[in-house]
Design a binder for this molecule. Structure first.
Ligand code: 5GP
Length: 187
């Protein structure tokens, strides 16, 4: 059976990755989302195993030492990682998998799996990003400022990605990414 492909979605906090991704999964239902592990505490409305697997730092670091992560990184002061066994199981079944991870993780994956497809989601402008992140209101002031500071450094990596897509409008951006994914899946 043909192995599935690995798709990496990255972009700064507040760019609308989650919304675009949800739209994308409606358009291509056979895609599988890889649920990451994190040491970040759950936000209101998040539950174990759905948005993330919430681990304490000791367990997370033990997983890392045991080589259970395809990639992992410290993002905005918390640890995030993709479990290798989950991804591998899906790819073997011929399923294509979407990872929504930061730039450090994306570069680790690309090195290990060179035919993975990296897609960067950009905001229409930095001002717009600031507005969206502040409207989301999920972060305390300090975390908000960390995320904003990290946004410009993350965006400077967009040139290393295979594709960049501007999220000016969710429907349009999701349609553009759908086209990229369908083309790559057919190759
Ligand atoms: P949030 O805390 O807002 O859910 O995610 C913060 C950042 O962590 C986002 O940029 C997200 O893409 C990234 N992230 C989520 N899961 C992973 C992962 O498994 N690995 C890496 N490297 N980054 C992740």
């Amino acid at each position: 059976m043909k192995r599935g492909r690995l798709f990496i979605l990255s972009g700064p906090s507040g760019v609308g990755k989650g919304t675009v991704r949800a739209r994308l999964f409606e358009k291509i239902p056979d895609l599988v989302y890889s649920v990451s592990c994190t040491t970040r505490p759950p936000r209101e409305g998040e539950s174990e195993g759905i948005q993330y697997r919430f681990l304490d730092e000791e367990t997370f670091r033990a997983f890392a030492r045991e080589g259970r992560f395809l990639e992992w990184a410290n993002v905005h002061g918390h640890l995030y990682g993709t479990l290798l066994e989950d991804v591998e199981r899906q790819l073997e079944k011929g399923k294509s998998v979407v990872l929504e991870i930061d730039v450090q993780g994306a570069l680790q994956v690309k090195e290990k799996v060179p035919d993975s497809v990296m897609i960067f989601i950009l905001p229409p402008s930095f001002q717009e990003l600031e507005k969206r992140l502040s409207a989301r209101g999920t972060e305390a002031k300090e975390a908000f400022e960390t995320r904003l500071r990290n946004a410009s450094s993350e965006m400077s990596f967009s040139g290393r990605y295979d594709y960049s897509v501007v999220n000016d409008q969710v429907e349009r951006a999701a349609a553009e990414i759908e086209k990229i994914i369908r083309n790559e899946m057919d190759r």
